[in-house]
Write a protein that binds this ligand. Structure first.
Ligand code: NAD
Length: 440
């Protein structure tokens, strides 16, 4: 077995496979701690733009990327052979759902097969993609091992879930505790050692399956709680209560209550996806999570509920068929440019199905793709566009939401985020969770 000296260049070089929302910021953080990074991706367009110093990830600036390239501490490549330059290789490729809602490990297994052909003695491989318990030992390990190559002896294999929160500037990347696990004790030692040089807190767990499940627990917890709070919001609509006021009051408790807030439904690449990895694994042994089923049911029902609420509150004599609707904020959460799994798409499509003329405005996206493949281009939010709209629907409340403009010019706002508190006299404001009490 070859052990790298901590001083060698190879030990100070990290290979990152998959340069997306997770991989690119991770690369920058290793560089900030004095490592060199070899970034590998299979998307030719991404490779071209990254090499030209153009970042597609909001948390990494073009300037930061450009200076790392210029200094030669970041190499962008499409060749897995370049992974041989690194002592540690981290896999950050997508783990989406297949159309039938089962795990699609295609990207992960493809990355492992390609890496396997170039794996060097003594290298540490860390899987970072979110996945179901058992993936590292049952799927990844057999692809990397061979007759003469065993994990823990000839190379090291670890799993460490990524916990980044894109767009969140309130907590630094290196301050998020890093959960690590290895397929053997030696693998665990290796992964702890490298991550201790990057993260403030590194927490080992007993197995790769425990670390895989930890990640699914975190995101399933959010999925269930957001769905529950949306159910509360709908209940408050019916009971004539203000969910926002009630949540704020409950949040004053210094223990035992974590506040979640209503919204148009759960989106993103992780939270609406990961619970189904857990559900699929449970189903393999004849089990199910009823909480996940219920949360899914509530989440899937949000577009229809919101469309009905908008319809109900349109000015008298107006139907969705002849309504002009502007949707503000289509990304799955505020202040990011990511529209993956955003419920905004389903809501826009449901409004259009009812015959409404729907436009959207979002400072982060100049156009969006609908499920039929057609594209919708952004329309600027102006005094005129607000005045001719029968309804402005706020789905995502970016920090740049033009509250004053809306207050001065909109005649009817349906707000799913409690972002607007008052409109001009005569205008109507309906807030999800306080819908029974329109402010007029
Ligand atoms: N985005 C998040 O907020 C977030 C947070 C925590 C965990 N995760 C998890 O991290 C993983 C990556 O997510 P992401 O959001 O960065 O995805 P992404 O789609 O932004 O990036 C993935 C990158 O991998 C590349 N890729 C695909 N197959 C490849 C292959 N075989 N070899 C090399 N590159 C390949 C793609 O071209 C893409 O650039 C997923 O498992 C996700 O669930 C994501």
């Amino acid at each position: 077995m070859v052990a790298f000296s901590q001083d060698t260049e190879k030990a100070r070089t990290v290979g990152i496979i998959g340069l997306g929302y997770v991989g690119l910021p991770l690369a920058m953080n290793f560089i900030a701690k004095g490592y060199r990074v070899v970034g590998i991706d299979t998307d030719p367009r991404k490779l071209e733009s990254l090499r030209a110093g153009r970042s597609h990830v909001q948390d990494v600036s073009d300037q930061e990327l450009g200076s790392c390239l210029a200094e030669g501490i970041l190499m962008i490549t499409g060749h897995y052979a370049d992974a041989a330059k690194a002592g540690t290789i981290i896999i950050c490729v997508p783990t989406p759902l297949a159309p039938d809602h089962t795990p699609d490990l295609g990207f992960l297994l493809d990355a492992c097969r390609r890496l396997s052909a170039h794996l060097q003695p003594g290298q540490l491989v860390i899987v970072e993609s979110s996945t179901y318990p058992g993936t590292t030992t049952e799927q990844v390990q057999p692809l990397l091992e061979g007759e003469d190559r065993k994990a823990g002896r000839d190379f090291y294999l670890a799993y460490s879930p990524e916990r980044i929160d894109p767009g969140n500037r309130s907590i630094s990347f290196h301050q998020i505790a890093k959960i690590v696990s290895g397929v053997t004790e030696a693998c665990l030692e290796r992964v702890q050692s490298i991550y201790r040089s990057v993260f403030e807190t590194v927490i080992p767990v007993s197995s790769t399956a425990a670390a895989e499940t930890m990640k699914l627990l975190e995101n399933t917890y959010r999925f269930i709680n957001i769905s529950f709070i949306n159910e509360m919001a709908m209940l408050c609509d019916h009971l004539g209560l203000n969910a926002w006021e009630i949540i704020a009051a409950a949040a004053s408790k210094p223990y035992g209550f974590s506040a979640f807030y209503p919204g148009p439904g759960v989106g993103g690449h992780c939270i609406p996806v990961d619970p189904f990895y857990l559900q699929w694994k449970a189903a393999q042994s004849g089990q199910t999570s009823r909480f996940i089923e219920i949360a899914q049911h509530i989440n899937d029902g949000m577009p229809a509920y919101l469309v009905e609420e908008i319809r109900k509150h349109l000015p008298e004599g107006k139907s969705l068929r002849d309504a002009r609707i502007v949707v503000y904020g289509v990304t799955y959460k505020q202040n990011i440019a990511d529209v993956r799994e955003s419920t905004a798409i389903a809501i826009i499509e449901a409004l259009r199905e009812q015959g409404a003329d729907v436009g959207y405005s979002d400072p982060y996206l100049a156009k969006i793709r609908l499920t039929d493949g057609s594209e919708l281009e952004r329309a600027e939010l102006t005094a005129e566009s607000l005045e001719v709209a029968d309804c402005l629907v706020i789905l995502t409340h970016h920090s740049s939401l033009p509250i004053r403009l809306i207050a001065d010019h909109a005649s009817f706002v349906y707000d799913t985020r409690n972002a607007i508190t008052a409109l001009r006299p005569g205008a109507k404001l309906v807030t999800l969770g306080n819908g029974a009490r329109p402010v007029q």
